[in-house]
Design a protein around this ligand. Structure first.
Ligand code: HEM
Length: 275
């Protein structure tokens, strides 16, 4: 609401908290940009910020898109888009494994078989862990984490018989594919078999689009996929997740809270260290 009607800002409280948090991150990033400028070395660019700062130095400063405000905004984009998404997906994964302990057990058996107790997971292990891979895919499908990212038509567009003038806000609904009855056997159920064949091999599905599709799809897809696999297997290797004492699996709250992403309601989990 604040984005569309900034003049209503004084009525809307949550945006103040969001802007405060954004400013806190900006303070850290400005420091990183300053440090990068002080030690920038063409032969030793060690980060995304270094690369942007280097471009800034390289070009005529008055005529560049790589000015400070854009460097800050670009770095902020990656932080904002890249942190809550993966961490919230992991929260859902833990909640779903608490709800379905038999699925958790099967993941752990596979983790044990492939990794053993000592070695940490690497992304390479994923090809030998079809069940775990299917569970992570199913978590992402089932929770439809980021179903509505607003975009805008950059030219007059004709689409499926509709005319959409240039400059119209368009909000694709990713839930329409992720929960499509024609694409998934049981779209509203959490069922890792959606990604497994009869022999237990992992199967890719074309309707699996949590990162959207097209030219402006998620640039963090490969990073997020890697992070989700490594954190998820690492957590299951070390812990059993259970509802807190006195709470039944059926009582866990699976409804999503409205926000930037679809988040689970805050609730307790017991992480029991495996022997
Ligand atoms: C589970 C994790 C993630 C999910 C489900 C997710 C999902 C999405 C979706 C649906 C979009 C909109 C794409 C579109 O409109 O076509 C998007 C955009 C974007 N994502 Fe992600 N994302 C995830 C993780 C990440 C990470 C780790 C990063 C960066 C480190 C990232 C950076 C971005 C950026 C910068 C955009 C805007 C791209 C553009 O406008 O061209 N995301 N993401």
């Amino acid at each position: 609401l604040f984005n569309y009607y900034p003049f209503l800002g004084f009525l809307l409280k949550p945006h103040k908290m969001i802007l405060k948090k954004v400013e806190e991150v900006c303070v850290i990033l400005r420091k990183c940009i300053k440090e990068s400028k002080e030690r920038i070395d063409e032969n030793n660019l060690t980060s995304y910020i270094d690369a942007l700062v280097f471009k800034q130095e390289e070009k005529n400063k008055s005529n560049t898109l790589f000015h400070d405000a854009n460097v800050l905004a670009s770095a902020l984009d990656l932080f904002m888009a890249g942190t809550e998404t993966t961490s919230t997906t992991l929260q859902w994964a833990i909640l779903l494994l608490m709800k379905y302990p038999e699925i958790q057990k099967k993941v752990h058996t596979e983790v044990q078989q492939v990794l053993g107790p000592g070695s940490l997971p690497t992304f390479e292990d994923r090809k030998n862990m079809p069940f775990t891979n299917a569970v992570i895919h199913e978590v992402q499908r089932f929770v439809t984490l980021l179903p509505h990212v607003p975009r805008c038509t950059s030219v007059d567009t004709h689409f499926k018989g509709y005319f959409i003038p240039k400059g119209t806000t368009v909000i694709p609904l990713l839930s329409s594919v992720l929960l499509d009855k024609t694409q998934w056997e049981m779209p509203d159920e959490f069922n890792p078999n959606h990604f497994l064949d009869e022999d237990g091999n992992f199967v890719k599905k074309k309707a699996f689009l949590p990162f959207s599709t097209g030219r402006r799809n998620c640039i963090g897809e490969s990073l997020a996929t890697m992070e989700l696999f490594i954190f998820f297997t690492g957590l299951i290797q070390k812990f059993t997740f259970k509802p807190p004492p006195g709470v039944k699996e059926s009582e866990l709250d699976m409804t999503a809270e409205a926000g930037f992403t679809m988040r689970p309601h805050p609730q307790c989990a017991c992480a029991v260290l495996r022997q």
